[in-house]
Design a protein around this ligand. Sequence first.
Ligand code: ATP
Ligand code: MN
Ligand code: MN
Length: 299
Amino acid sequence: AAKPAKAKPAPAPTPTGVVISSPDRIVFPELGLTKGALAAYYETVADVMLPDLGGRAISLVRCPQGRAKQCFFQKHDSGMFADSVHSVEIAESDGKTEPYLYVEDAKGLLACVQMGTIEFHGWGSRVADLERPDRLVIDLDPDEAVNFDVVKLAAVLVRDRLKAAGLDSAPMLTGGKGVHVVAPLTPKADWPAVKAWARAFAESLEADEPDAFVANMSKAKRKGRIFVDWLRNQRGATAVLPFSVRAREGAGVAVPVTWDELKSVTAGNAFSAADPAAVLAHARIARPKVKAKVLPSSP
Ligand code: ATP
Ligand code: MN
Ligand code: MN
């Protein structure tokens, strides 16, 4: 159909039918990237993002006035979202239940963007099988002094050690400073088992390579080392989801890569939402699917 020859239209519905208000609002000042452009990015990657995002309890980083202004991490349903953003009651450690958010389709994804969401973080399990994680995330957090080449070497070492323990994995650039090494799990082991496994894995890494890795949070020991953040693997913890934009300078995107591709990557934020076509082209390249495995008895 021909476009109406009208002046600038009011907030236009995106292809998913979600109306984005204030599409001209600048969200990333350093790029001039608007809320409308951010919504267009998420429309572009929705199909490749949903297999991981869909059906997972999510936490959102919302920055209603743009990433340079106040942002907040939202775990619970505030009742302010559209119907395409679902709510599920989850029991917390104190026995009380809280409503968590999840989406199942592009409409839900875009409804979150309409609410000022920049980042999408997800639990390590799906709401349909909440107590049994479907992935293990080894979050490599380099100290500022650590070069990205060293992070890449570290990721390969993590891959080899996971493999020796019986788990296949793939790297994901976080869109920030580091890399997550992600091993898909057959949902079978429960949270305490997965957490204990991740902790033992991180501690054995530090024991064998104490100059390169540290397994505990204390900042003092981190100098020049990589913190192996195994705490991503406890119930209620989240990790940034594939194709989420980061609310950081440059609008870096979390992007899964192959081990071969990782060799030529120069930074954790090599991809940006400012170039949705590049992200999508990358995502569409056929890559071997990493096989989910049952959590081995010990790392
Ligand atoms: P980087 O590569 O720069 O480390 P990252 O996504 O791994 O990026 P981390 O600081 O290591 O960032 O945090 C790991 C995860 O902790 C995040 O991906 C996020 O899911 C989770 N997280 C927990 N609480 C918060 C919070 N208050 N704000 C932001 N993230 C949080
Ligand atoms: Mn990290
Ligand atoms: Mn971390």
